[in-house]
Ligand binder design. Structure first.
Ligand code: ADP
Ligand code: MG
Ligand code: MG
Length: 245
């Protein structure tokens, strides 16, 4: 079964149609990035896939209808990194990563040796071994994004949902974070579903881009098939005008 199967997903928020019948399939091991202008519905789509918005009947994860997953089962299947994750004030890196191991019980001081080992392992792999005791608020954007990834990886889920993982980063750190996600995906057989409104690096690691505009999928395919002048001019009107000055 595909990692993600979305069929005719319709979402209304505050009475307004935000997603107007979205179909999307992500194969196991694939990296799909959803692009589209601000307000297109990218975050809403990701939230629905992650189970943070009800979407009865529309979404299956690895062949199982999303709504029939229990919370703990879901935590093993899918991990979400929100666009701007809420970080409890004063929280240290290691404690934050431990939240990924035990998302539904208070972890502090109650973590098992296995959970601690898993958190250390993930922090090592993301080059964060020296950061265990650092307060998250003191990290750079790129370091913080790696910590957010670490929490998601610590969860042990096979599907990673990354909402705008690069939007807060400068170009060097964008490359670094995407390269890291790609390495992790290959090393651990992960599936990646990301969103990016900025097109500068959107096509570099994704197997496929899906262009969302006004709550609908208007194009899907290899990056070079979607990043065409015609499609972007049609659906990124405001941004294109800004680029043109
Ligand atoms: P994107 O991530 O592509 O920028 P979003 O999914 O965040 O788009 O939002 C899509 C549209 O839905 C926007 O017009 C936004 O204002 C609207 N929207 C998002 N969340 C809510 C909400 N909770 N209530 C009402 N409208 C919302
Ligand atoms: Mg937005
Ligand atoms: Mg968004």
């Amino acid at each position: 079964a595909p990692a993600v199967e979305v069929r005719d997903l319709r979402v209304r928020l505050d009475g307004a149609p935000i997603l107007a019948g979205v179909d999307l399939t992500v194969a196991a091991g694939e990296w799909v990035t959803v692009i589209g202008p601000n307000g297109a519905g990218k975050s809403t789509l990701l939230r629905a896939v992650g189970g943070l918005l009800p979407a009865p009947g529309a979404i299956s994860l690895f062949g199982t209808p999303s709504e029939s997953l229990r919370r703990r089962e879901r935590a093993r299947v899918v991990a979400t990194v929100a666009q701007s994750p809420v970080v409890p004030p004063g929280m240290a890196v290691l404690d934050y990563v431990l939240l990924g191991r035990t998302p539904y019980i208070p972890p502090l001081g109650r973590e098992s040796a296995a959970d601690l080992a898993a958190a250390y392992d993930v922090l090592d792999r993301l080059d964060l071994a020296g950061f265990h005791d650092r307060e998250l608020a003191t990290l750079s954007g790129g370091e913080r994004q790696r910590v957010f990834l670490a929490r998601a990886l610590a969860q042990g889920a096979t599907l990673l949902l990354l909402d705008e993982p690069t939007s807060a980063l400068d170009i060097g750190h964008q490359q670094e974070v995407l390269e890291l996600v790609d390495q992790l995906r290959r090393a651990h057989g992960l599936t990646v579903l990301a969103t990016m409104h900025d097109l500068s690096v959107a096509g570099e690691y994704a197997d496929r881009l899906v262009l969302l505009a006004d709550g609908r999928v208007v194009a899907s395919g290899a990056p070079r098939e979607v990043l065409t002048e015609r499609l972007l001019a049609e659906h990124y009107r405001a941004s294109v005008r800004v680029v043109d000055g």
